[in-house]
Design a protein around this ligand. Structure first.
Ligand SMILES: [Ca+2]
Ligand SMILES: [Ca+2]
Ligand SMILES: [Ca+2]
Length: 218
């Protein structure tokens, strides 16, 4: 009798003649029956799966948040380092276009100059374009220098000039007239002021053992 009574609770007779709220009662009863008919073990299983999904989603979101936070911090620090590098150089170094330059205070050979630059975590200057070349000429005038080593050389293959900083082939050049002439095997390159020609500076190949000013770059 009791089961019959429960079954009757879920019956939904034709209620079209009844007021609207009777339909609501009927809908609730139908949904409750569906829920009660669903196996208990299945409901528990769904509940656990739901919790596992929630934990996974929260975990993934947390890990992603930490990763994004670390990435942003690293990028910001890197950017700050780059900004600091662009806008500042160490004492006695001169800033130009994001690079730092050091004018050697005493004349020396090409290799000794490069060795000194390396001890200062740099190399003899690499001249990449006309702007850098022109800036160096201006600087030489300010320092009163007439001969200055730069980082180009052809001591590996005669006539093939490379930059000592990274071994790359010299592309931009600013040779003086009749240079490079490799007189008695000149393999190191300088910026010089050939007074016979003009008041400005050009490139010349020269004996690496000669004693000149030099410029480091980093
Ligand atoms: Ca350069
Ligand atoms: Ca040469
Ligand atoms: Ca020469």
């Amino acid at each position: 009798m009791a089961s019959q009574g429960i079954a009757l609770q879920y019956e939904c007779p034709d209620m079209t003649h009844v007021k609207e709220h009777h339909y609501d009662i009927c809908d609730v009863a139908t949904e409750k029956k569906k829920y009660d008919d669903f196996p208990h073990s299945r409901r528990i299983e769904l509940s656990w799966k739901l919790w596992i999904k929630i934990i996974c989603v929260v975990g993934i979101v947390s890990v992603m948040s930490v990763c994004i936070s670390i990435a942003v911090t690293v990028l910001m620090n890197k950017r700050n380092d780059e900004v600091a590098k662009i806008w500042s150089c160490e004492n006695k170094w001169i800033l130009n276009n994001g690079h730092c330059y050091f004018f050697g205070s005493s004349k020396t050979t090409w290799q000794a100059a490069e060795n000194h630059c390396k001890r200062l975590h740099s190399h003899l200057v690499t001249i990449n374009d006309v702007g850098e070349n022109l800036w160096l000429k201006t600087l030489m005038k300010e320092f009163g220098s007439s001969d200055m080593w730069i980082g180009a050389h052809d001591d590996t293959t005669e006539g093939q000039y490379n930059w000592v900083s990274d071994g790359s082939i010299v592309v931009f050049t600013d040779w003086d007239e009749r240079q490079p002439d490799n007189t008695n095997n000149e393999d190191c390159i300088e910026l010089w002021n050939n007074s016979n020609r003009s008041t400005t500076f050009y490139w010349n190949d020269r004996h690496c053992s000669d004693i000149l000013d030099y410029m480091c770059e980093k």
